[in-house]
Design a protein around this ligand. Structure first.
Ligand code: NAP
Length: 160
């Protein structure tokens, strides 16, 4: 039961910022759990491509380098995904950035950079990929997982 609960069997996943850090760990985790394909993206093309090559030992990982904070970069990612996949099961908006500055000195440049990558890009990426995300084929399975968790929670509540 545990294995099937956490299985990513046959899932198509997209992890932004998958070239290093938490994003690359998520990509690896999805592949190890049986994902059919994982796409990763990041600005530094070489690092993105070599991360995908490294991740290929766990399953199929494809690099689509680009800057998702620009319209061109985001559109490139979206059109590559649309041309390759009929549907997407998982989108992880992991790419992000912080800006360290005291409150009184926080610059507009820092606000724009962090808001663009952390807020604006995820919104427009979800908007552009919504048609593919809505075609997700495993609703029944998700519902079963949810029902199982609810059943466990409910049984515990009742036994208290
Ligand atoms: N690590 C933590 O303790 C922690 C805690 C709280 C929240 N978070 C959040 O979790 C996420 C991942 O954290 P992390 O520590 O793994 O970050 P990280 O090591 O800095 O990795 C960020 C990833 O995002 C990519 N990226 C950044 N800007 C991008 C852009 N404009 N377009 C495309 N890709 C972009 C980076 O590649 P390029 O530089 O090549 O673009 C890299 O692959 C971030 O959103 C972060 O804010 C992390």
């Amino acid at each position: 039961m545990i294995e099937s609960l956490f299985s990513m069997q046959d899932k198509i996943c997209v992890v932004t910022g998958g070239s290093r850090g938490l994003g690359s760990y998520m990509a690896q985790g999805y592949l190890e759990a049986g994902a059919k394909r994982v796409y990763i993206t990041a600005r530094k093309a070489e690092a993105c491509i070599s991360a995908a090559a490294e991740l290929n030992q766990y399953g199929e990982c494809i690099a689509i380098p680009g800057d998702i904070t620009t319209s061109d970069g985001l559109q490139h990612l979206v059109s590559e995904l649309i041309s390759r996949e009929q549907h997407i099961d998982v989108l992880v908006n992991n790419a992000g950035a912080g800006w360290g500055a005291p409150f009184g000195e926080f610059p507009e440049k820092g606000w724009d950079k962090t808001m663009n990558v952390n807020v604006k890009s995820p919104f427009f990426l979800i908007q552009a990929l919504a048609p593919l995300l809505k075609k997700e084929r495993h609703c029944g399975q998700h519902r079963q997982h949810y029902q199982y968790w609810f059943h466990c929670w409910d049984s515990r509540q009742r036994s208290r």
